[in-house]
Design a protein. Structure first.
Length: 136
């Protein structure tokens, strides 16, 4: 997959005097079937998370609280996305190398995933990631 398949997705907000509500629904405002949700928090300032690619997994990253950056790399080009608004999520397709960093204090990153957790879906070595792209 190339970087052009990754994009920001707007998340609806229902805001009234009682507060705000946002929702995510498979194939409605998320381009895949939701199979798993996890969240990342308490990340120390200098930490870089991720450093891997996924063979099949598609994900949506949402800064539920605070902000952070995600660097995406498709083997030919890379781009850094700043996530700072909980009404905008970043869709990341399969076979994209990612790094998450610059987590603000008390930030929470919600991740919506298209597959259940599988260790076999991870590629941990960047060179192996690039070699797998050549083969596909
Ligand atoms: P990891 O994928 O390394 O996190 P990140 O991409 O943010 O760097 O996951 C950290 C640990 O959590 C690792 O031991 C695997 C485990 N884990 C699960 O058991 N289930 C999950 O759904 C996820 C995402 C991780």
């Amino acid at each position: 997959m190339s970087l052009s398949s990754c994009k920001f997705i707007n998340i609806p907000i229902f805001k009234d005097k009682r507060g705000s509500l946002s929702f995510l629904q498979s194939f409605q405002n998320i381009p895949f079937n939701i199979q798993r949700i996890y969240y990342i928090y308490d990340v120390p300032e200098s930490v870089i998370r991720g450093n891997h690619a996924h063979k099949n997994l598609e994900q949506l990253f949402i800064p539920i609280k605070g902000c952070f950056d995600i660097k995406l790399d498709d083997g030919s080009e890379s781009m850094i996305y700043h996530l700072d608004s909980n009404d905008k999520g970043l869709y990341v397709s399969s076979m994209i190398w990612r790094q998450m960093f610059n987590f603000s204090k008390n930030s929470i990153c919600l991740v919506i995933a298209s597959e259940i957790y599988s260790e076999d879906d991870y590629i941990w070595d960047y060179e192996e990631f690039v070699r797998s792209l050549d083969k596909s």
